[in-house]
Design a binder for this molecule. Structure first.
Ligand code: UDX
Length: 451
């Protein structure tokens, strides 16, 4: 490539920041635009405002070598950018549909300031048909910028690893040259992945080479939401079977191990427990239902998946109540507030819902998370006490609930946990413990579908 590639990236969330620091560490001049002043300040000091393994190391290296600019305004950077990524949030409205105002704002800035030969890449998760509307608005403004849909599949907690050792990169658009420009950028990451992993301080992954998939714009948009909806469906399916296993004296872990051994099915995302949370699955499922409805299509299968998921924290709280006879005045520790391990993200977290529902039931709730205490604080009811250590949370408790499978919990000495508690109820809402080991420590093991 003769000309130095310049990219402008809108939005420093999980997707935008990961994309920015990776490109900036493999020869691309990146300007990252973030409008939140506190986040910007933290990033300029070399610190991500969320916890993600390896991200600070890549950020600091990019800042040191001068390949990453951090701005709250993009006008100048847009003029020079060859490729512009939109990675802004698409939160859900109360009716479940996607709020696309940030996406359209970015598109307006691009139409106003980008150079004519720029490529505009949509990485934000948008309902199918959004790109078509943006392209129409570009046309109406006589803006010749090419539009490419490039959905993101990284998971929080393993964002860098997923980006370096990806399963697929999907690009959809009408301009083949623009699609190729985007693919070339990802190839830089692929070619530099050992170096990038070293800077990030994360281990190499043994992985088959990923696929580059080119398709049309609307299919690319639909691929992203379909993938997330299917994974959510698998989880809710596993949770439905878990409820049956509870009644039928079966162990859902054994069931799913055997079912998942069928290569046509696969074991991934069949872990039953307190259900899915986070910034993606709940929103993407409700977004798909709303977008299908806009196209005159019913999605009862996804409505059911969402209903099952929302029932899980209450289902577990009921198990606790049945085992303790009553919740009132009982001291209960909820361990794990992030929506999964490896992240500080507590958005739509089942652990938080569980703690709040026990507090509503008049239990005396104490919570602890190694990384998410801060982010969960806003979401927790006033009565819930946030503890600084696991030991503080479980001391003199009638029951302990594992709501996130953090290594700190999974490797804890159960006998020593039991000695700190005053009661003996151990609720494994992640189904991640050896139930016999828990029972051997004198505790009563209650899983989800593991009687
Ligand atoms: C998801 C998609 O996996 C990713 O491809 C997309 O880009 C963003 O959304 P993420 O939300 O980071 O990623 O987390 P993921 O690992 O998929 O887990 C989502 C939720 O499902 C978590 O709450 C997790 O605990 C739960 N889960 C996952 C289960 O309850 N059971 C499982 O078997 C797997």
């Amino acid at each position: 490539m003769a000309r130095k590639q310049r990219a402008t990236i809108f939005g420093a969330g999980y997707v935008g920041l990961t994309t920015a620091v990776l490109f900036a560490n493999c020869g691309v001049e990146v300007t990252l635009v973030e409008v939140n002043p506190e986040r910007l300040k933290s990033l300029r000091a070399g610190k991500s405002f969320f916890y993600e393994a390896g991200i600070n190391e890549l950020l600091q290296n990019a800042l040191k070598q001068g390949s990453l600019g951090l701005e709250n305004e993009a006008e100048l950077a847009l003029k020079h950018a060859g490729v512009i990524f939109s990675c802004v949030g698409t939160p859900d409205y109360p009716d479940g549909s996607s709020n696309l105002s940030y996406v359209y704002e970015v598109a307006d800035r691009v139409a106003a300031f980008a150079s004519d030969d720029a490529v505009f890449v949509q990485k934000s998760t948008v309902p199918v048909g959004t790109g078509e509307k943006i392209e129409a608005s570009f046309k109406a403004k006589s803006c010749p910028v090419s539009y490419v849909s490039n959905p993101e599949f990284l998971r929080e907690g393993t964002a860098i690893q997923d980006s370096l050792w990806f399963d697929r990169v999907v690009v959809g658009g009408t301009n083949p040259k623009a699609c190729q420009t985007v693919i070339e950028l990802y190839k830089r990451i692929e070619e530099n992945r050992d170096k990038l992993a070293k800077i990030a301080g994360i281990p190499r992954v043994d992985h088959e080479p990923g696929h580059y998939i080119t398709t049309n714009r609307n299919s690319a948009e639909l691929i992203k939401v379909t993938a997330n909806a299917f994974l959510a469906l698998k989880i809710s399916f596993a949770n439905s079977i878990a409820k049956l296993a509870d009644q039928a004296d079966a162990d859902v872990n054994d069931v799913m191990d055997a079912v998942g051994a069928d290569r046509r099915i696969g074991r991934a995302f069949l872990n039953a427990g307190r259900g899915y949370g986070g910034g993606c699955f709940p929103k993407d499922v409700s977004g798909l239902i709303a977008s299908a409805s806009d196209h005159g299509v019913d999605m009862p299968i996804m409505i059911a998946a969402s209903d099952v998921n929302e029932s899980m924290p209450g289902y577990i709280a009921k198990k606790v109540q049945e085992n303790l006879k009553s919740l009132q005045g009982k001291k209960i520790a909820v361990l794990g507030l992030s929506f999964k391990s490896g992240t500080s993200d507590a958005r739509k977290s089942p652990g938080v819902s569980l703690a709040n529902s026990l507090d509503k039931g008049k239990a005396d709730v104490q919570v602890y998370d190694p990384h998410a205490n801060g982010e969960a604080k806003e979401e927790l009811r006033n009565g819930v006490k946030i503890c600084n250590t696991m030991s503080e949370a479980i001391t003199k408790c009638d029951a302990v609930i594992i709501a996130t499978d953090w290594p700190e919990f999974k490797t804890a000495d159960i006998k020593s946990m039991a000695s700190k508690m005053s009661g003996s109820l151990f609720v494994d809402a992640m189904n991640c413990f050896d139930k016999n080991k828990v029972k051997d420590s004198g505790l009563k093991y209650v899983g989800v579908g593991r009687t």
